[in-house]
Write a protein that binds this ligand. Structure first.
Ligand SMILES: C[S@@+](CC[C@H](N)C(=O)[O-])C[C@H]1O[C@@H](n2cnc3c(N)ncnc32)[C@H](O)[C@@H]1O
Length: 297
């Protein structure tokens, strides 16, 4: 699953399957992390990530041990959800976005984008690079935002976001980049562009400015127990009627049971969104990976 080192695969998730998971602690409180709260107390080294022949982005690398006191490659459900690694799905997602944009299937210009479970935030950074007006990054862990996502945004987008602070509306460019930490069951209380209430799901009389035009997520559906909360959040956040969701994930996460099959089956049963497979990646380096696009029926 993690791709910082090729071949690391699903090892740390597999190890979780050997014993029943301990009950998760209560989730951390939802907070907005300001870009000024970036942390430099841990060494962050920058590495290039090749997106295409024309575009190379930068990603930081920090030690999980130094940030969380956990061994590298570890994931502790409900405590640290793996955001310090760059997972393969993130890059699958960016490639799918590139190709959909090239084919005229999507434009990012002026759009409101939410990246859920962002970790490094490379897909959200890409949409900002391509002209999105609002990019909100969400991660379970505030530490991931402080130690990694904000440094990545600064490394890739500083020219675009200057001279205003990255978390404030930039009066020159109109770009708004903000960061939110918290659990999918609660974060809607904090996210600025959430639809007013669940009732709106069956009505069309909502404000045209509410909701996100594009929701992105990569490698967020490995745990079946989180599917309902994540999908519920998407429904609360997606702009109606034209908002879309791009989701990159593995077909199956061995050992933990999640995957695109289970998630899509839930989406299909619910009936609110239609799903379309936009990319399939079977490169032999890991389980088959997919990118799906969801739109409102
Ligand atoms: C495996 S990481 C993927 C990170 C990044 N998207 C990537 O592909 O490189 C899973 C991400 O999902 C988020 N996540 C997992 N469970 C969550 C939960 N219950 N509530 C909020 N976020 C959660 C975490 O923020 C974590 O960064």
């Amino acid at each position: 699953m993690a791709s910082d080192k090729k071949g690391v695969g699903l090892s740390f998730l597999d190890s979780l399957a050997d014993e029943p998971p301990p009950p998760s602690p209560p989730p951390p409180p939802c907070i907005e992390v300001l870009s000024s709260q970036v942390s430099s107390s841990v060494k962050c080294t920058l590495e290039p990530v090749n997106i295409s022949d024309e575009l190379t982005l930068l990603k930081g690398r920090v030690s999980t041990k130094e940030v969380f006191g956990l061994p590298n490659s570890d994931l502790v459900p409900g405590v640290y959800e793996g955001g310090l690694k760059l997972w393969e799905g993130s890059l699958d997602l960016v490639k799918a976005l590139c190709s959909d944009a090239e084919n005229g299937n999507i434009s990012f210009t002026g759009k409101r984008v939410l990246e859920l479970g962002c970790g490094h935030g490379i897909p959200g950074i890409f949409t900002c690079h391509e002209g999105a007006a609002v990019i909100h990054f969400q991660d379970f862990n505030a530490e991931v935002l402080r130690f990694l996502t904000i440094p990545n945004v600064n490394a890739n987008l500083s020219k675009k976001l200057q001279p205003a602070a990255a978390n404030e509306a930039n009066h020159d460019t109109g770009v708004e980049v903000r960061f939110f930490a918290g659990d999918w069951s609660q974060i809607h209380e904090l996210l600025p562009c959430v639809n007013d209430n669940e009732k709106d799901l069956n009505s069309s009389g909502q404000s045209p400015t509410s909701g996100y035009d594009i929701i992105l997520m990569a490698e967020t559906i490995y745990s079946i127990s989180a599917h309902q909360n994540l999908y519920g959040l998407i429904k609360k956040c997606v702009s109606r009627p034209h908002g879309v969701v791009y989701m990159a994930a593995k077909k199956h996460y061995f050992g933990v049971g999640g995957g695109t099959r289970q998630f899509m089956s839930m989406v299909e049963k619910d009936g609110f969104m239609a799903a379309c497979l936009v990319a399939e990646v079977a490169d032999g380096s890991s389980n088959v990976r997919e990118v799906w696009k969801l739109s409102i029926k």
